[in-house]
Ligand binder design. Sequence first.
Ligand code: ADP
Length: 601
Amino acid sequence: MTPSRRIVGMSGALALAVVLVLSAYGLGSRNAADNTHATAERQLQIMALDLEAVLDRFDTLPYSVAHLPMAAELLASPQNGVLRGALNGTLQDLALQAKVAAIYLMDKDGNTIAASNWDSPQSFMGQNFGFRPYFREAIQGKPGYFYAIGNTTSIPGYFISQAVYPVGVKRGVGAPVGVIAVKITLNNFEQTWRSNEDPIVLTDRQGVVFLSNRSAWNYHSLRVLEPAVQQDMGKTLQYVGKTISPIASLPAPARSGFGEHIARPVGRLGWQLMLFPAQSKVVRAGLLSGAVMLLVLLVAAALGAGYYQRNRRLEERSAAQHALKLAADGLEQKIAQRTQELLSANTQLATKYEKLQQTENLLRTTRNDMVQAGKLAMLGQMAAGITHELNQPLTAIRAFADNASTFLSRGNVAQADDNLRHISAASARMGSIVGQLKGFARKSPEAVSVVDVNRAVEGAALLLHSEFARLGVWLDLDMHEALQVLGDTVRVEQVLINLLRNALDAVEQSPCKGVRLVLEAQEQQVLIRISDTGSGLPEDVVKHLFEPFFTTKATGEGLGLGLAISSSIVQAMNGHLTASNRPEGGAEFLVTLPRCGAPMP
Ligand code: ADP
């Protein structure tokens, strides 16, 4: 994912989270508001019923008391102290039993002539309540109801009143002669409501709070009162001594909780029982819902992040494994390929090696055959020379033998003995020639041994001695002492004979006939230089000099194998054979062989 796409994604997720948290807050608030409202409604209903029950319970009490004959009798003779005392006692007893604040009797002008609290310091006795609406209602024959702060006691209370008719007069027929009133205090309700933390108020028709679990709100109005209403209240002394101001005008701590509310009508006087549910609960519930949603989202985000991380790790691991597998596969493939290549290279090498071996064998055979062929050809060519060579000592032997016989017959033993020694020397020489020929003709295996180069040179020179002598060619040998090479003596001699014979052939027609063999010792090599006074090597001859069967000689005189075989022998001994023309004329052949017993480089 690209960074910009990630930012867009994260912004979207954040916006969604905000929307969800706000929705949860709204939903929580609404739910809480609904719950609060429903709870408040139920509470209010219970409280209203409670209040109604109390008001109803005392509704008939003044009616019953008004029927007491003593009341009408006292109204008829208000000066009767005995009667008044009796009625006071009765009213006191009734108030005590009924648990009301006071029961009292007023004459037609509103003067109290008997009262349950006759003996209290704040007794109603003698007090005039003619200004009270409940009195005015009752004196007209109607039941009166009123709530006010007590004029005498300053204790607020609910007043219920009934007319009293003269004795013997039926209710509603004649005019009332007095009024019985019952005062009930509702302070107990305030006590009960205090257990509820939400404000609960009871207001009159004008919206003035007269009972509440918030004492600061009492005798304050829900709204600003009209001056006329204020005036009316002043006349009835309903809330005597109290200046009614709106709750909204109270200082902040005192009016706390005033606001949204629910209300139920209670009683006959247009009262409203009100409950102000605390909005903090709603806000708290909203915040709680929002917080829960936030927590859920955080947990979900953490789980999501964990899941994402885990997935990524798994993906990375699987990619690494895949890459590893690919690498391993590739490696295996490469190894297999390389192995195959090596195998095929090996096979090719083996084939080449086999071919090489075959070629080498072929070459070896060919070379041996050539060597052999060369030897035979040379034998043929040398047959005459050898015959001559053998003939010479043979003729000498015969002559020495004949002479020895003659010397013996003359008794010349010494001379005969001398001849015999010559015979022996001549036969030894013949044996030597035959020995050389035997060794040369034999197809000897490559017996590698230390070859004394001087001896080989001497051997070759001995073999060609008669040839050189016959053709009048001088042979100059420039020897060097103790020169050794590794190889086969016969073959070294064969090479030297080839080169000396070629030199002999080359100088045959020359006016100056000479062949020179020089041995040179270098640190690592032995050089055998054979030069002649012949006509040298023409350019077209040099190119083909070492090729087999190349010859410039007449048929029957040369096979053209000498140099090819010699070169092959020298190479087999890790040396080389080269040819060149001498500046002063004639050819020079140079045999270079590794020196045996040479100091190590
Ligand atoms: P062949 O002697 O049977 O001809 P070689 O291989 O020995 O075969 O010699 C090849 C040829 O090299 C000879 O025919 C000759 O022409 C030339 N050659 C060899 N040695 C000499 C030399 N010393 N001087 C001039 N030519 C030579």
